[in-house]
Design a protein. Structure first.
Length: 419
């Protein structure tokens, strides 16, 4: 049985941060009802690659959900919303600041309608503090949560990371909060409001940089390959340094293209074997690298020696040399490498799906593996595909009621006047 079977979610989320959370919950078996405005989640039409088909932006973040369109700017649409709130376990949204309040639905109001419901909200900066009124997208959160100032090289511009830590990372945080609050609601009968700010989520993911921030008040950061000094204040960008207690770096390999790199961690325990393989007895005995403190101090020379050795090998060949020495390492894998990787396919992390508008396409699979409840990945819904089904089966509305709601414009963009 699916782990979240029987949990019903009213999912008002849009774009990436919210949908990434509700998709995970759907993959764990929740009945996720994607509640869309009549024109749909804006991402359905963004970055389209197939004319008139839902974009990959939408399809890759909205699998296993049912779609219902409701016009919340009509009184009838708001009544449908209220009826759903009464029978759902979770309601979730990631609108801009104040949007739900303007529609008349504060957390206080929603809690009044259904005291057991758990409400999840993602905001750029949360509902309190000087930034509360600002909207946010991925890179705004990366900029303001500490990720950009610590990514890149010290003498170059700050960089965003490709991993969507602001959006998808915040969605993961929300999923944890929702499941905890749901567990509590099941014991106490009382729901609660779960808020995750994207800025907070990014800061949480930058936790080790704040470790270094405080260390700088007392010392330099000897493991950094770039210069640091006690009291310098800001944690510097440090390229591809490992960020942990062990030294690490990306090593360029043959044929020296954009992704011909191997990330190598020179773990303390493996230095002797590694040194012996790349430089023989002379390097093992070299005092510049004898102890980890020496290797930290002289790490740029050490990386140069390793890079010189790697020049004759591809990243996979170099990896094959390092694996028997127990050196932790991994090739920098391109999207094409991953999409064709046997390991990834074997773990259902690149999954082929079919879609009525776009035909065959691929999604990244479910990264959380439950032994008794494996995810069964199904395509995303077309806009309003399940409106009638939800009205009949979930809300138990009869034909007459559905027709009069339709006439009143509860599900359409421009409310029609009743004849
Ligand atoms: C992402 C974001 C910047 C997009 O901004 P936006 O496109 O202007 O959308 P908003 O969420 O501010 O507003 C949505 C509008 O649609 C309307 N709407 C939403 N659902 C509706 C429905 N079912 N029926 C009718 N109208 C609806 C809202 O009432 C609102 O209209 P208003 O501006 O008149 O109040 C913003 O939603 C945001 O900051 N979200 C929180 C942070 C976040 O999640 N960001 C990451 C996104 S990946």
């Amino acid at each position: 049985m699916e782990a979240l079977k029987g949990v019903r979610i009213l999912d008002m989320t849009h774009v990436q941060a919210g949908p990434t959370c509700s998709q995970l919950l759907a993959w764990m078996g929740a009945d996720v009802i994607k509640f869309e405005p009549p024109h749909g989640d804006a991402t359905r039409g963004q970055l389209r690659d197939v004319p008139n088909a839902d974009s990959l932006y939408f399809t890759m973040l909205n699998c296993n959900k049912r779609s219902i369109t409701v016009n919340m700017k009509s009184a009838e649409g708001r009544q449908v919303f209220v009826d759903l709130v009464k029978i759902c376990d979770i309601v979730m949204e990631n609108f801009g600041p104040g949007v739900l309040d303007r529609l008349g639905f504060t957390w206080h109001k929603i809690h009044e309608i259904n005291p057991k419901i758990v409400m999840g909200s993602i905001k750029g900066f949360g509902s309190s503090g000087p930034y509360a009124d600002f909207k946010a997208y991925e890179n705004v959160a990366q900029a303001m949560g500490g990720a950009m100032s610590t990514t890149g090289m010290p003498d170059g511009p700050p960089f965003v990371t490709g991993a969507q830590i602001g959006d998808s990372g915040t969605g993961l945080h929300l999923a944890i909060g929702l499941l905890a609050a749901l567990h509590q609601a099941n014991r106490t009968g009382q729901g609660q409001y779960v808020e995750v700010a994207m800025m907070d989520g990014v800061m949480n993911l930058c936790r080790v940089k704040f470790r270094d921030h405080q260390r700088l008040t007392r010392q330099t950061l000897p493991e950094y390959s770039v210069p640091t000094s006690q009291g310098m204040g800001d944690v510097p960008r440090a390229g591809n340094d490992s960020g942990g207690g062990q030294l690490g770096n990306a090593i360029h390999c043959k044929p020296h293209g954009a992704n011909d790199w191997l990330y190598v961690v020179v773990q303390e325990a493996v230095w002797e074997g590694l040194a012996n393989r790349i430089g023989g007895e002379g390097l093992v005995k070299d005092p510049r690298f004898a102890k980890i403190a020496d290797r930290r101090k002289n790490q740029n020379e050490m990386w140069k020696l390793i890079t010189d050795f790697a020049k004759g090998y591809t990243k996979r060949e170099f990896m094959a040399i390092l694996n028997p020495l127990d050196v932790p390492c991994g090739p920098i894998m391109s999207t094409e490498d991953l999409a064709t990787d046997e390991h990834i396919r074997g773990r259902d992390m690149w999954v082929e799906l079919d879609h009525p508008q776009r035909g065959k396409w691929w999604n990244v699979g479910m990264p959380i593996k439950l032994s008794a409840s494996p995810a069964k990945i199904e395509r995303s819904p077309t806009l309003g595909e399940h409106t009638d089904e939800v009205l009949k089966e979930v809300l138990k509305y009869d034909e007459n009621k559905i027709n009069s709601l339709k006439q009143a414009g509860a599900f359409s963009a421009s409310p029609k006047k009743a004849a």
